[in-house]
Ligand binder design. Structure first.
Ligand SMILES: Cc1cc2nc3c(=O)[nH]c(=O)nc-3n(C[C@H](O)[C@H](O)[C@H](O)COP(=O)(O)O)c2cc1C
Length: 276
């Protein structure tokens, strides 16, 4: 492509201009900014696959951590390989037959409206407004017997939506662990939901009493031993973070309740063979 005489004149005039001319003073930072923008954009694009891999690794680690399945010296991939992912239709509590994991992930990425339902205000304890019709549950079997159930949960705390996993024993009623892998609560206050000492308090806590309504909650302050057994459903509150604690209670009660995984868990609890 030949340069037009006008362009050539403009370029040679610029090159001939003194170093401290206005044109050269503006041109240098402009070129540096353009080059930096190209470099940053290039790095972001080339690192994206690695970023997605790291995110997936982190998610798998949290699923394993919630279920207390992490073992030092064993890779996350190997340990996660034992876990079976299945898609559940939340309205019936059955395993979905018309949609697989890849289809669900693609629908969730595109937020396909036909795959979403709104959460009625009176049921929306987790403050999520809408959710996917289907959810992925993670199951661990030991010699063909269900051993652990791991469920994704999320909901609003004080400042942010908190995303995590809750792991249950095969009775679909006893908690093994709760882990949040993403939230924006204040470090040292609501952020203490990541404190291993607090995380340990969940082990062995019960979700349901005699009805299908979840009773599990984060208490205000330390849980006192109760003669009526109500302490089995309570976990100590975090000092100075009562509001994040309420958020944790609310999101668990939503996701373990009738509009969340309730129907699925009730079928497991009733040992309903049709679900297996
Ligand atoms: C800057 C700032 C950040 C806070 N972050 C949190 C938080 O992440 N979670 C929370 O529950 N409370 C947080 N609080 C405190 C709440 O406003 C509220 O006082 C607290 O939840 C009440 O808990 P308590 O009854 O245990 O004191 C924060 C307060 C301030 C001033």
């Amino acid at each position: 492509m030949s340069e037009s005489p006008n362009n050539a004149g403009w370029i040679s005039r610029l090159l001939a201009a003194p170093k401290n001319s206005l044109a050269k003073t503006l041109l240098v930072p402009l070129i540096v900014s353009l080059l930096s923008a190209v470099l940053v954009a290039g790095a972001a694009i080339s690192l994206r696959p690695q970023y997605q891999l790291n995110q997936e690794h982190n998610r798998q680690q949290n699923i394993l951590a919630a279920a207390d399945l992490l073992e030092s010296g064993k890779s996350t991939e190997v340990l996660f390989g034992q876990v079976e992912a299945r898609v559940v239709d939340l309205s019936t509590g059955d395993y979905a037959t018309d949609i697989d994991l890849a289809m669900l992930e693609s629908a969730q990425r595109s937020r396909d409206p036909s795959m979403r339902v709104s959460v009625p205000k009176e049921l929306d304890a987790a403050v999520i407004k809408e959710r996917s019709r289907y959810a992925v549950v993670y199951l661990l079997y030991e010699t063909d017997r269900l051993k652990l159930i791991i469920l994704p949960v999320y909901g609003y705390g004080l400042w942010s939506t908190m995303y995590g996993y809750v792991a249950l024993e095969a009775d679909a009623n006893t908690i093994v662990g709760l882990r949040f892998y993403q939230h924006g609560e204040t470090p040292g206050l609501g952020g203490e939901i990541d404190n291993p000492k607090w995380q340990k308090l969940w082990r062995g806590k019960k979700i349901y009493g005699t009805s299908a309504e979840p009773l599990i909650e984060v208490a205000k302050g330390i849980v006192a031993r109760a003669n009526d057994g109500s302490d089995a459903y309570q976990v100590d509150g975090i000092t100075g973070a009562t509001l994040t604690g309420h958020g944790v209670t609310n999101l668990l009660r939503y996701w373990l309740g009738a509009h969340g995984f309730g129907p699925f868990l009730q079928k497991l609890r009733a040992n309903d063979e049709t679900i297996q």
